[in-house]
Design a protein around this ligand. Structure first.
Ligand SMILES: Nc1ncnc2c1ncn2[C@@H]1O[C@H](COP(=O)(O)OP(=O)(O)OP(=O)(O)O)[C@@H](O)[C@H]1O
Length: 322
């Protein structure tokens, strides 16, 4: 459908002194897709987005943006817009003045004021469009930054944690804007720490860990990397359920690894493949034990993140010292 990659990185390296921020990164983002970058703090997400935006040049490797090779000169490629480390805004100007100023800087002032109002409405800032940005919350600044990035009608939008500081309604609004943009054929590359956000928004995700790609592909495939999950069950007969679990092949009873909750003294936590869990459920029902709650202790996407980035061990250790 789309003949080229909007972003194509091969063996990209970026260092800051002794720190290797990106260590041979490959990235393919098909045109028209929403692609998420995820990874622990310091994994290299912002650095990679900065290279795509032309804010810095790679030390080694190749990077093609919208089919054009990025050179060593620092400049935003044609058709690309976005921000890293928060949007750059003029704090003393109003939201509307910020966007009008951006247009003025491009010599487009008078013709597009209606478009500016429409954009402010789309990102949920219509009512505060006349307020000075210096009084804006983090979420409001994020929304205005998104509107500013959309002004030029980008073919590739690059956003570093755009959902940062947004309330649930704001997140929904931003999702809608990004989805509409992708539906119109543009490409979006964004970073996020929220796996639920990425799952609901992105076609594909790339998981970075310590500057390397440890997964890249569709979100459902990432979930499949979670390995064995811990499942938490609340039943009508905790003692009886423990006995049934102990007799279920391939299933182990464990102490909750993460997310202890109220009522956990009544909960049974088991680890094993899905088929073994299915057997346990059938046996519990057969034994007349009602299942009142059943779900993974850590959602599959988060579990995959923890397993692939090696952060799972830290969490286990934390649990055992409680
Ligand atoms: N300008 C810089 N000078 C020195 N080191 C830097 C610079 N920018 C990034 N780094 C280092 O490069 C590594 C990657 O940082 P980066 O900001 O890309 O990670 P990130 O995945 O975006 O992290 P976070 O989730 O915390 O935003 C980190 O070790 C960071 O300290």
């Amino acid at each position: 459908m789309h003949p080229f990659d909007a972003v194509r990185a091969r063996s990209v390296v970026k260092t800051f002194g002794d720190v290797i921020a990106l260590d041979g990164v490959d990235l393919d983002v098909a045109a028209g897709q929403i692609h998420g970058l995820v990874g622990p703090n310091g994994a290299g997400k912002t650095t990679l987005l900065g290279l795509v935006l032309g804010l810095a040049a790679a030390d080694a490797g190749t990077l093609e943006i919208l089919g054009m090779p990025m050179g060593r000169a620092l400049s935003v490629a044609d058709g690309v817009a976005g921000f890293v480390d928060g949007p750059g805004l003029y704090p003393t100007l109003t939201a509307r003045q910020n966007l009008m100023t951006l247009l003025a800087l491009r010599g487009e002032r008078t013709s597009r004021s209606r478009e500016v109002d429409e954009l402010l409405g789309r990102v949920g800032l219509a009512e505060v469009s006349g307020d000075a940005v210096r009084g804006f919350s983090l979420g409001m600044r994020q929304r205005l930054g998104l509107a500013a990035a959309l002004l030029g009608g980008p073919r590739l939008l690059v956003l570093d944690e755009p959902a940062n500081g947004l309330d649930p309604a704001g997140r929904r609004q931003v999702h809608d804007v990004l989805t509409d943009l992708a539906d119109s054929g543009a490409t979006v590359v964004l970073s996020s720490h929220r796996m639920d956000d990425l799952a609901s928004l992105c076609d594909e995700v790339t998981l970075l860990s310590a500057g390397r790609v440890v997964f890249s592909g569709p979100v459902h495939k990432l979930a499949a990397e979670s390995g064995e999950l811990d499942y938490r069950l609340i039943t009508s007969d905790p003692e009886g359920a423990r006995g049934v679990a102990d007799g279920t092949p391939s299933l182990r009873r464990v102490t909750a690894r993460n997310g202890s909750r109220q009522g956990d003294e009544q909960a049974l936590v088991v680890r094993g493949p899905e088929a073994a869990l299915d057997r346990l459920v059938a046996q519990l029902i057969g034994a007349g034990i009602a299942i009142r709650e059943l779900g993974p202790v850590v959602p599959p996407l988060e579990a995959a993140f923890l397993a692939l980035t090696g952060t799972e061990a830290d969490i286990n250790a934390e649990e055992t010292t409680r």
